[in-house]
Design a protein around this ligand. Structure first.
Ligand code: SF4
Ligand code: SF4
Length: 218
């Protein structure tokens, strides 16, 4: 390790290939030996299935339980969002990509809920600070990372999208450091048709709002 101002830099070895070949008396024979290694690897890859590569996207690797993928907003047992619109995630977010509008909750014990909760996925750096900061485990991360879209506005994930992340059943949840999984029910539109949030969500989240939000940032 090389000491540098403010810390240490890792030494990266430099390999001079031609010098090393001279030192090791490389010859025509060693060239054929190298071909032999390549040929042996080809045989094991073809016939023993010993391949480090996979046929993505048909095949996908299992990701760690701590994988920081697309966010999920969790819900209570009655299907309502766990989020209490405290703004801690938005405050800690280094990319400033969380936008929340709070509303007054009818239950005085809960006080607030998010009328609007958007994450701009193009700005997010998937650091997981929002998950760390949340006092309710209302936001967790998934192991989902596919985010191909056709236009910029689709990269702003709203409440519905954050509640219904695809891939959660197949891949399982990702980074959620605080509470055991069983306590954070994931919204499943196939089973949880009574979820009260989507019934009014279209009224509160017209697409034009996203457009105006994007325009404001440009
Ligand atoms: S993962 Fe990091 S950058 Fe992304 S929304 Fe959370 S705090 Fe912000
Ligand atoms: S997701 Fe968590 S930290 Fe963010 S506003 Fe909701 S309750 Fe607060």
């Amino acid at each position: 390790m090389t000491p540098v101002k403010g810390g240490y830099a890792v030494d990266v070895p430099v390999v001079n290939v031609s010098e090393r070949a001279r030192r090791e008396n490389a010859s025509v024979l060693s060239t054929f030996k190298a071909f032999g290694v390549t040929f042996r690897r080809m045989i094991t890859s073809l016939f023993k299935g010993d391949m480090p590569t996979i046929s993505y996207p048909e095949q996908q690797r299992p990701y760690s339980e701590r994988f920081r993928g697309t966010h999920i907003l969790t819900v209570r047992n009655d299907g309502s969002l766990k989020c209490v619109a405290c703004y801690m995630c938005a405050t800690i977010c280094p990319a400033e990509c969380i936008y929340i509008e709070a509303g007054e909750h009818p239950n005085p014990e809960i006080e607030k809920f998010p009328r609007r909760f958007d994450i701009d996925m193009m700005r997010c750096i998937y650091c997981g600070f929002c998950v760390d900061a949340c006092p309710e485990e209302a936001i967790i991360m998934s192991r989902e990372h596919h985010q191909a879209v056709y236009n910029r506005s689709e990269t702003i994930y709203n409440i519905e999208k954050l509640m219904q992340r695809p891939g959660i059943t197949a891949k399982g949840p990702g980074y959620r450091p605080n509470v055991p999984f069983a306590e954070a029910k994931i919204f499943d539109p196939a089973q949880d048709k009574e979820c009260p949030i989507p019934s009014v969500v279209e009224e509160r989240h017209p697409a034009v709002l996203y457009e105006s939000m994007i325009n404001k940032r440009h």
